[in-house]
Design a protein around this ligand. Sequence first.
Ligand code: PLP
Length: 402
Amino acid sequence: MKRKSGQNPDITKSWKPATLAIRGGTARSEYGETSEALFLTSGYSYDRAEDAAARFAGEQQGMTYSRLQNPTVEMLEQRIALLEGAQACRATATGMAAMTAALLCQLSAGDHVVGAKAAFGSCRWLTDTLLPKFGIETTTIDGSDTAAWQAAIRPNTKVFFFETPANPTMDIVDLAAVCAIARAHGITSVVDNAFATPALQRPMDFGADVVAYSATKMMDGQGRVLAGAICGTRDWIDNVLLPFHRNTGPTLAAFNAWVVLKGLETLDLRIRRQSENALKVAAFLEGRVAKVLYPGLQSHPQHALAMSQMAMAGPIFSLYVGGGRAEAHGLLNGLELVDISNNIGDSRSLMTHPASTTHFGMAEAARLEVGITEDMLRLNVGLEDADDVIADLDQALRSIGR
Ligand SMILES: *Cc1c(COP(=O)(O)O)cnc(C)c1O
């Protein structure tokens, strides 16, 4: 493998994100293929037994087994690291594999974690159920309240864990302030940046230590594969994450890595257009439903903070239709264009009822505490013409008498 494109780090350093998303990490085989090659191989062969021994001893560069390295996966890892402005990245099979590995690789029994209450359902399961099972204490707080992070710190606090914007309440965490509190106490901040992606927000620019992704969402962006990624310093990835990752095996399949590489090529274009569409759709819904939660709207209580750390507000938002589950399900059932689906980040517009789907596993009291009520719906605005999405929502709203 040679690296014709992106060989000279002095030149690639100046490349802008849209360029990195297409060219970052590309390595070419002897055939000089323009599109990244897909290496479907579980293992690698060696010319001589001594070469195998040298590779396992780390004395010779090269791959040994696809749980540990794969050329296609490595291209994706380098591309994501470049987009993130991170020293290193490791891909995982899913976003949840990324979150689990990013936490478990650095925690031991007796440690303490502070997490934001507003989070993806499975991320809450990690802090509420999995970590305590292994003797790791957790405290969940209102992540949008910066003082609450400071107040939750204990002598054994090792990690701050949060999303911004959070799924599905669209709460914003002040990245610079919260990461600074973590740094001042020797705490590692782990940011789940799935909603924004590096195209809209780079948490490390605000002091985050570790950034983890569900690449299933905007990075693939076309609803095809599951994938995840973890970014950090070279030292953290090599010495903290890798021993866990290599031995437990949440490895990304080469085919899925290849699909996400193709997805990244259009990430910048897609997320900008989907953010524009989402803003139009959110503005339409404001006034037609009880409340819209979109950081791109002036009405969002943290609009100014969101726009100070995000380039655009992204494709996803939530709304309170007013009433209860009957109204929310009624609106979903009235849709003709928008699909009822719990995925997000897709180029198709998708809508779900978090209380009965993505956040069904959360205790009802915990759901209500963060605002996941029976009349809440979450919408991923796709690449369709925004006017068609608006017309569909309009007719579905009329079908429930709004
Ligand atoms: C979807 C999602 C995850 C989980 O990702 P998977 O790829 O589905 O495992 C984690 N965090 C957030 C914020 C998500 O939206």
